[in-house]
Design a protein around this ligand. Structure first.
Ligand code: PLP
Length: 401
């Protein structure tokens, strides 16, 4: 049996089957390339769902992590450590906000935002205790906890995980009228992805985010943007909300904030919002640990240069130009996205997204399908134009076949 087959069989035997990975077993990776246990190389056009925006083994990030590994890695929040203040100050500045609440995973940051909005609702807005409502969008993806799946519309994510957490109202994504009707005096927040990644890289209609901003401001409701996947350079801006010159009240960040090295997430907002927390009311043993702060500080410094946003804009324009040439040619029915991020709908007659992904894998390109016949393209922002073009060549050859 090959090393690949042996590793997959053993994983199937001893891990819960909550994922259905492509049949590749990665042994090492650098930049935009991964090498499997057989020594075959693959171009990574998924980048860990944007957790690897800066590529695999990024020198600056690995050096920052290594230096911190030699000093101190974990203190818990029972004590201060010497990277914490810098991390919070720099991340708040990147977001143009006052305060940061650090967590680890994206789902934890979303949970933290939900708790923040409820507490703000009761203590600042004056909503009667226990009555807070948060409006969310259909086809959202915000993570996997019991509260978060309570407001998912995806049956796989939600079914048989009840009883569900109440307090959420679901409206169609991109529909301002529906949103305006759903907001009541007990609404404390609107929680949205500025671009819905998991749903197939759905970009809302022009003016939607600006409309949400106006509505939430008028009705004294927090606008919480889940920028876990869309943020930190992916779309050509630091935040996807910037495409409509929108500043939400609350940024929810994760994925790329940890540089593909460690899980780092955060909720970032002004003092009138995050100031609601007092000691003992929320926390995390690992949140804001020294290693996480050291890596995230380097991520923030890299984003401050604007270099990665620039790359995402330029390479993204190229990617979308090339992908749009495929639309209507038979195999591709639609292309959406922004920056170095695209959802490509394949004619179901040509195969499922999974089948297309497997064929691409055989040609040395890694992508991920989502919802039937859509494939998602999101290479690391450090990918070279030559490698991107090579990846596009493989896509064209799979779709021509
Ligand atoms: C990935 C993701 C999450 C959840 O992050 P985890 O780190 O997997 O918990 C939440 N929201 C969005 C938009 C995401 O893409």
């Amino acid at each position: 049996m090959s090393r690949t087959a042996a590793a997959i069989r053993s994983a199937d035997e001893h891990s819960a089957h909550n994922y259905h990975p492509l049949p590749i077993v990665v042994a090492s990776a650098e930049g935009a390339w991964m090498t499997d246990v057989e020594g075959r190389r693959y171009l990574d056009m998924l980048a860990g769902y944007s957790a690897l925006n800066f590529g695999h083994g990024n020198r600056r990030l690995i050096d920052a992590a290594r230096a911190q590994l030699e000093r101190v890695t974990l203190t818990s929040r029972a004590f201060h450590h010497d990277r914490f203040a810098d991390f919070c100050t720099e991340l708040a500045a990147l977001c143009g906000k006052d305060m940061v609440l650090p967590m680890n995973t994206g789902a934890e940051a979303v949970e933290t935002a939900v708790k923040t909005a409820r507490k703000w609702g009761y203590e600042v807005k004056g909503v009667p205790d226990g009555h807070a409502k948060i409006v969310v969008a259909a086809d959202n993806f915000h993570g996997r906890t019991t509260t978060i799946v309570s407001f998912s519309t995806d049956h796989d994510a939600r079914d048989h995980f009840g009883p569900y957490t109440p307090g959420f109202e679901i409206v169609p994504y991109g529909d301002l009228t529906a949103l305006a009707h759903a907001v009541t005096e007990n609404t404390v927040a609107v929680l949205l992805e500025p671009i819905q990644g998991e749903a197939g890289v759905l970009v809302p209609p022009a003016g939607y985010l600006a409309g949400v901003r106006e509505l939430t401001r008028e009705r004294n409701v927090l606008f919480m943007a889940d920028e876990i996947q869309s943020g930190l350079g992916r779309t050509g801006k630091t935040f996807a909300c910037e495409h409509e010159e929108v500043v939400p009240d609350v940024y929810i960040l994760g994925k790329a904030l940890g540089g593909g090295v460690v899980p780092v997430s955060a909720v970032v907002a002004d003092r009138d919002v995050l100031g609601v927390f007092r000691p003992g009311e929320h926390g995390s043993t690992f949140g804001g640990n020294p290693l996480a702060c050291a890596v995230a500080l380097e991520v923030i410094a890299m984003l401050r240069s604007g270099e990665y946003q620039q790359r995402a804009t330029e390479l993204g324009d190229h990617l979308h130009r090339e992908l749009n040439l495929l639309v209507g040619g038979g195999a591709v029915t639609a292309v959406r996205g922004r920056g170095l991020w695209a959802g490509v709908d394949i004619d179901p007659a040509r195969g499922t997204g999974r089948e297309i992904s497997e064929k691409l894998m055989e040609l040395g390109v890694l992508v991920k399908d989502t919802h039937g016949s859509t494939i998602r393209i999101a290479p690391p922002l450090v990918i070279s134009k030559e490698d991107l073009d090579w990846g596009l060549d493989q896509l064209r050859s799979v779709l021509a076949g």
